[in-house]
Write a protein that binds this ligand. Sequence first.
Ligand SMILES: [Cu+2]
Length: 172
Amino acid sequence: MSRFGLGSIVALAALAVVLAGLLGFSGEADAAPGPVEREILVVARSYAFEPPVIRARRGDTLRLRFASTDVVHGFYLEGHDLDVTIPPLSRRVLVARAGRSETSEEVVLVLERSGKFRFRCSKTCGAMHPFMQGELIVGPNHLFVGSSIASIALFVAGLAWALVAPGQGGSR
Ligand SMILES: [Cu+2]
């Protein structure tokens, strides 16, 4: 193999390591290996949700709990066939999902798709009701992609080292 070929492999390996680093660490600071399960309390009040933005990754499981501090609010999540009725000062909510309704203290949501999904109040609660909304942002699993590229980079780097190392010993 020519010297140019070896140089290319080393450069490629270095590039892959940099790429893996960028992909693996450009995400949120709460990066954890693989899918995670999180409990989130969604507090509804006229006319906002807290938190207004929920960030997660594809594959994560969200255990949503709800509370309203004033009147009856709703939590309709786009793209997930989910509509929750949140009565004030109660832990139990009415969950309408996949054509069924039941009361529960928790909604378990497995995030199967990445994307931005708006959630909004589905119970008319006052003048600003149409503006009562938030966003669920589901990112791809960067860490998985990052670690895959890192594995390939390590393999390529190892290969390059194996090819270069004997040559260095014999060169004068
Ligand atoms: Cu409302």
